[in-house]
Write a protein that binds this ligand. Structure first.
Ligand code: GDP
Length: 361
């Protein structure tokens, strides 16, 4: 692997794990993402949370503020979590990195009332096949009749404040989910009983509505990443960028653009790129790298601001000529100081991988 050989240990750094949210329709994927984003914005005040294109970065210090005693920032050296904003397994299956899943880790959302549904099973199947570590968010705990709401509270505190009847009803629902997971071949338990998250799936009771359990969810995601994925998060921070196209979009004033999740290296405003296309790899030069402009600054100006460089993991909009045939899920690679033909071949090999994978489904 020439990329690994070319890596300079001095510029190696840990990137943010990329998180995807899956689950059956209406089980609360979007609400959960909104809740996490909302909490992060409130805790972070101005500027601390960065809205990316197609993703939301929640830095470690914000996670620690939201999670309180559950996350001591000194225990972690991963910089935070990057949530892909488009929930659902369609985006999960089409978004790949080097043949694997683009997301490093996933949250499977299950409505505690509705339990396992067809898309829950599909999502589990996809997670199993892609060997993606995941936790289960047992959502909508606030709908248990008689529930006493404690906004944004850790699960233990809110559980303590419920009546016996409410607690035993919730326990029943949670054990049903644990049983369903077991039927599908996953050994699972309530997350605080799980010793080894590689062998057992942790179930985190949450409410995307009230924020209860969200501190736990973030703490578990952070802990799992730190413990089991640290090595995979080591990247060459200065190296040529590698990413995946989230979406191809026409953008007024910029033409066709690609919303891209970068998972390795950097991309610069003067880079040459190779992008997977419908027929053949597209070779093009970056015209502009665009990030969402902070809401306060939007007047009559563009929604985007231009940046000179972005480092992984990040979501970025790339404007460049020739992108009409680019496709969602396709690889993006920065050429920089390398042989263009080598990079084209890398992209072709990745495209072939994707074709094989899709063919198997
Ligand atoms: P998605 O299809 O999985 O993205 O589900 P949504 O996030 O759109 O949620 C579906 C519905 O469930 C919406 O009406 C939400 O307001 C509601 N919902 C989501 N999470 C919760 C929750 O924790 N508690 C309650 N009471 N309602 C929820």
């Amino acid at each position: 692997d020439t990329e690994t050989n070319a890596r300079d240990p001095a510029s190696t750094s840990l990137r943010t794990p990329i998180v995807a949210v899956l689950g059956h329709v209406d089980h609360g994927k979007t609400s959960l993402l909104d809740k996490i984003r909302g909490s992060a914005v409130i805790e972070g005040e101005a500027g601390a949370i960065t809205q990316h294109i197609g993703a939301t970065a929640v830095p470690l210090d914000i996670i620690s503020t939201i999670a309180g005693d559950l996350v001591d920032p000194d225990d972690f050296d991963l910089p935070g979590l990057l949530f892909i904003d488009t929930p659902g397994h369609h985006s999960f299956t089409t978004l790949r990195s080097r043949g694997g899943a683009l997301a490093d880790i996933a949250i499977l959302v299950v409505d505690v009332n509705d339990g396992f549904q067809p898309q829950t099973l599909e999502a589990l199947d996809i997670l199993k096949r892609s060997e993606t570590p995941f936790i289960v968010a047992a959502n909508k705990i606030d709908t248990v009749p008689g529930w006493n709401e404690n906004e944004d509270s850790p699960i233990n505190d809110t559980y303590e404040s419920q009546s016996d009847r409410v607690r035993s009803r919730l326990d029943e629902q949670l054990y049903e989910i644990i049983g369903n997971l077991s039927d599908e071949g996953f050994s699972a338990d309530l997350y605080w009983r799980v010793q080894n998250f590689q062998r057992n799936v942790g179930v985190v009771p949450v409410s995307a509505m009230t924020g209860e359990g969200v501190p736990d969810l973030l703490a578990v995601m952070m802990g799992l990443s730190q413990r089991y994925m640290k090595e995979e998060m080591e990247i060459d921070v200065q190296g040529p960028g590698v990413g995946t196209v989230l979406e191809v979009k026409d953008e007024k004033g910029f033409g066709t653009t690609i919303d891209t999740v970068l998972y390795d290296g950097t991309i610069r405003a003067d880079d040459q790129l190779v992008v997977g296309g419908q027929n053949e790899p597209i070779v093009t030069d970056v015209r502009a790298l665009l990030q969402p402009r902070p809401l306060a600054e939007i007047r009559t100006e563009s929604r985007f601001e231009k940046v000179d460089e972005v480092g992984a993991a990040a979501g970025i909009k790339v404007a460049a000529p020739e992108l009409d045939e680019a496709m969602a899920g396709a690889p993006v690679r920065v050429v920089r100081n390398r042989d263009l033909n080598d990079v084209i071949q890398e992209v072709q090999a990745e495209l072939a991988d994707i074709a094989v994978d899709t063919g198997e489904e």
